[in-house]
Design a protein around this ligand. Structure first.
Ligand code: PGA
Length: 250
């Protein structure tokens, strides 16, 4: 089994810089005892505050980035800025951004910009509901193809995929996708990837699950869900919960 990649998406859960510093410090203590690779994605202002430039057991990701290069894009944060702060990853196309109007085209542009600035995009895909005719599988293919197809073949395998069914986000472990369902989706996404990259690259691609991963279900999802890691929301914003989750998942 590969070491897990666990990404904590703090969203807007952390209201003060003091809390952000404390949460990072406690996450570092847990990460030091874990084999998993831990990355946290704080809101933009905290990224500047928390990025020390030093090598750390906990990496930093951005929750979003601009699709524009440096220049005239008021209010946006460019990939160049993130790169200069030592940020390694960026979440792209999170359902909470898509719900605010971000189209597949914009998501694709952000994935391209991330790669061209040397950041690893974490591309989020996920259906809002599961219909009996399994149309959601086609929907997921659409989201994936839209972002991966336009990339140069050499870049495609660098994208981390996060499968996050919208119906499972922000709830409790009981409402998460089951390990069985997650395992099926991991296989399905790997199969879709094979249309864009070599067999070997598809087998090696990092595919995460996100949607109400908590300490209670992290172990089962890891054991039977065939995931390479997790994208964790609310549970990553609570130091005790995140510590228990990392232990359960590693
Ligand atoms: P959740 O969020 O863990 O709170 O469900 C996951 C996500 O939106 O990335």
């Amino acid at each position: 089994m590969r070491d897990m990649l666990i990404i904590g998406n703090w969203k807007t859960y952390i209201a003060t810089s003091k809390d952000a510093k404390a949460l990072l410090a406690s996450t570092k203590r847990v990460a030091a005892m874990s084999r998993a690779k831990i990355i946290v994605a704080p809101p933009f202002p905290y990224i500047g505050l928390l990025a020390t430039g030093k090598k750390s057991k906990v990496g930093l990701a951005a929750q979003d980035m601009s699709e524009s290069a440096v220049g005239n894009a008021t209010g946006e944060v460019s990939g160049e800025v993130l790169k200069s702060l030592g940020i390694s990853h960026v979440i792209v196309g999170h359902s909470e951004r898509r719900a605010r109007g971000e189209s597949d085209m914009v998501v694709a542009a952000k994935v391209r910009r991330a790669l061209s600035t040397g950041l690893i995009p974490i591309l989020c895909i996920g259906e809002s509901e599961r219909d009996h005719d399994a149309k959601y599988l086609q929907f997921l293919k659409g989201q994936l193809d839209a972002a991966i197809k336009p990339l140069a073949p050499k870049d495609r395998a660098r994208v981390v995929i996060a499968y996050e069914p919208i119906w499972a986000i922000g709830k409790t472990a009981n409402d998460s996708a089951s390990p069985h369902d997650v395992a099926e989706m991991m296989l399905y996404i790997r199969k879709l990837l094979r249309e864009h990259v070599s067999e070997k690259e598809a087998a090696r691609a990092t595919i995460l699950y996100g949607g109400s991963v908590e300490p209670e279900n992290a172990h089962a999802l890891r054991k039977s869900g065939h995931v390479d890691g997790f994208l964790v929301g609310h549970a990553s914003a609570d130091s005790k919960m995140f510590a228990a989750l990392i232990k359960a998942a590693s």
